[in-house]
Design a protein around this ligand. Structure first.
Ligand code: THU
Length: 144
């Protein structure tokens, strides 16, 4: 997919915003929402889920990918929106962490797509591609 229509873009960002409200982030207070758009128009969302053992916390994008996978999705990922900030206030664009890039790459790789990634901030949206965020990625194809 080359670009999203303004309507889809708005719907995807709105879904990420609403997902962020369901974050469980009592330790960092940094609430993140992620929304995944699939080829059939379905949007799957996730939010970060923290843990008292801090290192076990799950990022919003990873939660969204797990939910999508559990829902039977294998590829078809065309776009991702991610946003968040301290106290749920969106400030600077949130770019997916390294682990989430790898998790997104697994889902994207299964369907051979290179999803658009919208990193949403209060005043700007950084729009890029997963392949730009994670060049030379290790993926399922390399396992033979
Ligand atoms: N976080 C995400 O959910 N996604 C990212 O890509 C970056 C970080 C979460 C993890 C943690 O709960 C909080 O943001 C602060 O790092």
């Amino acid at each position: 997919m080359s670009a999203l229509s303004p309507e889809l873009r708005e719907a995807l960002v709105a879904a990420a915003r609403s997902a962020a409200e369901r974050a469980y982030a009592p330790y960092s207070h940094f609430q993140v929402g992620a929304a995944l758009l699939f080829e059939d128009g379905v949007i799957v969302t996730g939010a970060n889920v923290e843990n008292a053992s801090y290192g076990l916390s799950l990022c919003a994008e990873t939660v969204a990918c797990a939910i999508a996978s559990h829902g039977g999705r294998r590829g078809g990922l065309v776009a991702v929106a991610v946003l968040g900030g301290p106290g749920g206030q969106v400030a600077a664009p949130v770019t997916p962490c390294g682990r989430c890039r790898q998790v997104l790459n697994e889902l994207a790789g299964l369907g051979g797509t290179d999803p658009l990634v919208l990193c949403v901030g209060a005043t700007e949206i950084l729009e890029t591609r997963l392949s730009v965020l994670l060049p030379h990625a290790f993926g399922p194809a390399q396992l033979g």
